[in-house]
Design a protein around this ligand. Structure first.
Ligand SMILES: [Zn+2]
Length: 78
């Protein structure tokens, strides 16, 4: 079964994403392995969306990132 980051869905088998945590990718945790604040992850996902959806603005990207995060175990109860 593919392991995915509980915060942003990144594939943890990929060394580009695997960090110190077993359930979060390296982009979603700080240097101590703690999950980053929600707004930091929210912004990061928005930038990622913009990288493959050229032309959308920050507001749209943040809104879509918010919907995306509601499906993630780390944020679904927030
Ligand atoms: Zn992640």
């Amino acid at each position: 079964m593919t392991k995915l980051c509980h915060s942003c869905c990144a594939p943890l088998e990929n060394p580009d994403f695997k960090g110190t945590s077993d359930i979060y990718c390296k982009y979603c945790v700080d240097e101590n392995g703690n999950l980053k604040p929600q707004k930091n992850v929210h912004w990061g996902i928005a930038q990622w969306l913009k990288s493959w959806q050229p032309g959308i603005d920050d507001e749209t990207a943040l809104e879509r990132a918010g919907h995306f995060m509601k499906a993630m175990p780390a944020w679904s109860d927030k």
